[in-house]
Design a protein around this ligand. Structure first.
Ligand code: NAP
Ligand code: ZN
Ligand code: ZN
Length: 346
């Protein structure tokens, strides 16, 4: 299937127009016209090899929404014309304990990413969502509620599920104090979900100009992190803190804000190890945890929750020729709060 997209051809090169082919439909495959693709900071980390060697040419993009245009002979989950979403992975082993538990993102053999990886045949390079067409096994795609703004739905496929999953896992809700570090693509979804779940939600941001936006999205408190005294005042007060800050930072003042049995969840992946003071962890019996996206069942559950609560991402829709500028602006924390590419422009 002839596909038009945008690719990075070598590390740090600008993205440029790129034509490639997608596979013919297998019996359980679905083909879709992509409508919108979000720009995740993970796309930038990988295009710039901040996580180690990458595969080029790379078509990034794992926040994909569109409509089904064709189905394979054995497809039962989708019909032509239905809305469909694809996220951060396109396959997994389907037989390990994690896959059987619906936690495909933690597949023991490793999930198959949507791009910058080889598919399970060991030779086909997976090509991501900055493109106008996609082919996906029906088990790794989800239904999209028809009532939501589609551009705002695309970021739910990564940013949304990545915050929804830990908030549910660590039981954010009424009576719980939740902190969200960084009000970017992931962080603003974390704020919307924590608020919708009924938690008292605090945003920690190094961008004072984001305060009004945070309050409008439901933040109970907004703390500017540039002065560490603002954090010291809040020591031993949070049940749960989620870190979405894409840059490296000192976690110590944040860990100290956890109260007894509180949990700090590492979500951002800036690519450099953090230093942890063990004494801070022993005090208050604090926990340090990680969390990666969410499984297929939870992804569908989150989309249904968004449909019911009318939750989407706040987006700035761009054309493909703006992607390189969008990357620079994302790194500068200058987007409210996610860039989404209109796939008609590829
Ligand atoms: P993003 O939109 O760029 O947001 C990151 C936010 O971090 C910014 O908006 C900014 O918030 C804050 N920040 C950035 N640079 C900073 C600096 N120098 N000092 C202090 N704060 C800074 O990124 P994203 O797409 O949300 O992704 C965030 C991170 O999560 C990335 O590392 C990404 O790779 C990772 N990620 C992980 C998963 C997972 O499954 N665990 C999934 C997707 C992405 P303020 O302006 O409010 O300070
Ligand atoms: Zn992502
Ligand atoms: Zn598996």
């Amino acid at each position: 299937m002839k596909t038009q997209g945008y690719a990075v051809k070598s590390v740090n090169a600008p993205l440029e127009s790129y034509e490639f082919s997608r596979r013919d439909l297998r019996p359980r495959d679905v083909a879709l016209d992509i409508y919108f693709a979000g720009i995740c900071h993970s796309d930038i980390h990988q295009a710039r090899e901040e996580w180690g060697p990458a595969i080029f040419p790379m078509v990034p993009g794992h926040e994909i929404v569109g409509r089904v245009i064709e189905i394979g002979s054995q497809v039962s989950k989708f019909k032509v014309g239905e809305l469909i979403g694809v996220g951060v992975f396109v396959d997994s082993c389907r037989k390990c304990a994690s896959c059987n538990a619906g936690l495909e993102q933690y597949c023991v053999e490793g999930m198959t990413g949507t791009y910058n990886t080889l598919e399970r045949d060991g030779k086909t390079v997976a090509m991501g969502g900055y493109s106008n067409k996609f082919v996906i096994d029906e088990d790794y795609a989800v239904h999209i509620p028809e009532n939501l703004d589609l551009a705002g739905v695309a970021p739910l496929m990564c940013a949304g599920i990545t915050l929804y999953s830990p908030l549910k896992n660590w039981k954010a809700g009424p009576g719980k104090k939740v902190g969200i570090m960084g009000l970017g693509g992931l962080g603003h979804m974390g704020l919307k979900f924590a608020h919708a779940l009924g938690a008292e939600t605090t945003v920690f941001s190094h961008s004072p100009e984001k305060e009004a936006g945070a309050k409008a999205m439901g933040a109970d408190h907004f703390v500017v992190t540039k002065d560490v005294k603002n954090l010291e005042r809040l020591e031993k007060s949070f049940d749960l803190i989620l870190n979405t800050v894409s840059a490296h930072l000192d976690l110590e003042p944040y860990l100290k804000m956890l109260k007894l049995d509180g949990t700090f969840v590492v979500i951002a992946l800036p690519g450099k190890p953090y230093q942890i003071n063990v004494g801070t962890m022993l005090d208050q019996r604090r926990s340090l945890a990680g969390s990666m996206i969410g499984g297929m069942a939870e992804l569908q559950q989150m989309l249904n929750f968004c449909g019911e609560h009318n939750i989407v991402s706040d987006v700035e829709v761009i054309k493909a020729d703006y992607i390189n500028t969008a990357y620079e602006r994302t790194v500068a924390s200058d987007v409210k709060y996610r860039f989404v590419i209109d796939a008609k422009s590829f």
